[in-house]
Design a protein around this ligand. Structure first.
Ligand code: HEC
Ligand code: HEC
Length: 298
């Protein structure tokens, strides 16, 4: 076959390709198609002139490329939108600084602003110890529940964050449980462990255990074991344990107590961020109003 074959029906030249008797005609592209094609070429050239397009050899110009006559770039678009965010943030920040915690709770816009900022700062600074969602881990308290060692009002939480717990800060929260391994016999430790286990319900207490608890422990943890937030002595009557609630874990804490430490954030984080963190932690689920302060603590 040669390319000069002609199709009998149309008289048009064929390309010489044939499939099961069907031949391909060698016709020019339709005019409308050609026009559209040429238009896209022209549009493409225009686009390269108007918008940033070609990398320049020198690497100069608009971030290493031709800038385009329109002056638009995705970089300037980004910086404009960041500028807009900063302006909006600045407007909130001014109100935020003036507002009390109660004002912030009453203003949904301010509250969201504070919570979002606090959430971001929490991920960066607190999640390593308290977990991403604030759920804690053995030795690191859960910040989502309403069991507080040092208190769950805004003021309590802010003080815990700003000054730390057993930290190097001058105003740190501090308290020390004595090591009863040096003060009590093994039998007495086992008896008082039984009493601690009975505080949340149960009958593992003995007269000896109750007496030791009352003499040695009630001063900090309270007669009923409900704890004391001024002393950072946890509630021993609930099901929430910092160091574990089995007889073995409790007697270990009695013999040689561990003491949780948290760094002070005042000085590392600015006052706005600490207040945003306070709003965030308070909003996690266990936040208390001023009237609840110390509610179950005594
Ligand atoms: C190095 C580990 C560590 C880091 C980081 C840390 N914390 Fe803590 N945090 C602790 C420990 C441990 C305790 C418990 C101290 C105790 O036993 O009394 C605690 C206690 C707290 C309490 C008091 C809880 C209560 O029940 O009263 C709050 C509130 C708190 N942390 C918030 C934060 C915030 C907010 C951040 C981030 C800015 C943060 N923590 C970062 C270790 C840490
Ligand atoms: C001087 C105050 C003080 C006295 C007295 C004291 N404690 Fe404590 N106790 C604390 C503090 C503070 C903590 C919290 C340590 C921490 O947060 O890391 C604690 C923690 C505990 C815990 C761990 C709680 C948990 O959630 O894991 C147990 C159990 C406990 N005490 C039992 C006792 C018993 C039993 C006695 C008496 C024999 C006693 N304590 C006497 C201050 C005291």
């Amino acid at each position: 076959m040669s390319t000069t074959d002609r199709d009998e029906m149309s008289g048009a030249e064929t390309t010489g390709h044939e499939w099961d008797g069907i031949k391909e005609l060698n016709l020019p592209a339709p005019r409308w198609w050609l026009i559209v094609f040429l238009l896209t070429v022209i549009w493409g050239v225009g686009y390269m002139v108007v918008y940033p397009a070609w990398p320049t050899l020198s690497g100069e110009g608009n971030r290493g490329g031709t800038p385009g006559t329109a002056g638009w770039s995705s970089y300037s678009e980004l910086s404009d939108s960041q500028q807009e965010i900063m302006t909006r943030r600045a407007a909130y920040l001014a109100d935020f600084r003036e507002a009390s915690y109660d004002d912030i709770l009453a203003d949904p816009g301010l509250f969201e602003f504070a919570r979002a900022g606090g959430g971001a700062a929490f991920k960066d600074n607190c999640a390593t110890c308290h977990g991403t969602g604030g759920a804690g881990a053995p030795g690191y308290p859960n910040l989502n529940d309403d069991a507080w060692i040092w208190g769950g009002t805004h003021a309590d939480i802010e003080a815990s964050i700003a000054y730390g717990i057993r930290s190097a800060h001058g105003e740190t929260r501090v308290s020390q449980m004595p090591a009863f391994g040096d003060l009590l016999s093994a039998e007495e430790i086992s008896a008082v462990t039984g009493h601690v286990l009975s505080l949340g319900g149960g009958d593992s207490s003995t007269p000896l255990g109750a007496q030791i608890f009352s003499e040695q422990c009630a001063l900090c943890h309270g007669e009923a074991g409900h704890g004391n937030r001024d002393l950072g002595a946890p509630n021993l009557a609930d099901a929430i344990w910092l160091y574990g609630g089995t007889a073995g874990e409790i007697s270990t804490q009695i013999r040689s107590p561990r003491h949780g430490q948290m760094p002070a954030w005042s000085g590392r984080l600015d006052a706005d961020t600490i207040r945003q963190l306070t709003i965030f932690v308070h909003s996690l689920g266990g936040g208390e109003g001023a009237e609840d302060s110390g509610g179950s603590a005594r």
